[in-house]
Design a protein around this ligand. Structure first.
Ligand code: HEC
Length: 139
């Protein structure tokens, strides 16, 4: 790889990996496009689909994110980057709904974390419902 190309790759990686929230240094969560960062959850917390969110979470998410959202699921032992603690109010207040949604849909940095994309497995409504559910873990 020549230096120009190396420089470009390094630069684009720096942009992609720019952490939205600099609460914990180890997180390399990509920032969602601005449009998403400004989005609040478009579905009401009372929607039918939100009632199903706990069972979707339990089958697809809790092994990493933990039953109570503390990020200490059984599958996290070998992970370099652990999921965030969703029970922490200070952490969660700083993350917009659209950012949470965007990571659920597209996954986090595939080089650095195990957080995969769910947009082919879940509907948009199901993913927004999960955003509502994740927010219920705050203590
Ligand atoms: C294999 C383990 C694993 C599974 C399964 C998993 N996640 Fe994650 N998730 C992670 C890790 C690790 C991170 C932290 C990634 C990072 O630092 O960027 C993460 C990050 C996230 C984020 C980004 C929020 C933040 O910390 O900024 C959201 C939202 C999220 N996951 C939701 C979900 C949902 C909803 C599901 C189920 C549909 C799910 N995850 C399934 C491991 C997992």
């Amino acid at each position: 790889m020549n230096m120009t190309r190396f420089g470009l790759v390094a630069l684009s990686m720096a942009i992609v990996a720019y952490p939205l929230v600099s609460v914990a240094g180890e997180f390399q969560t990509p920032a969602a496009p601005e449009k998403f960062q400004k989005m609040t959850n478009p579905i009401p917390p009372t929607a039918e689909v939100v009632k199903e969110a706990p069972s979707v979470y339990e089958s697809k998410c809790s092994k990493c994110h933990g039953d109570k959202g503390d990020g200490k699921g059984s599958a996290t032992k070998g992970l370099d980057v652990k999921p965030r603690n969703y029970t922490n109010k200070n952490v969660m207040e700083k993350i917009p709904d659209g950012q949470l949604y965007w990571i659920i849909a597209n996954g986090s940095d595939p080089e650095a974390t195990e957080m995969g994309p769910y947009k082919k497995k879940l509907s948009e409504e199901q993913m927004w419902a999960l955003v509502h559910y994740i927010r219920t873990f705050v203590q």
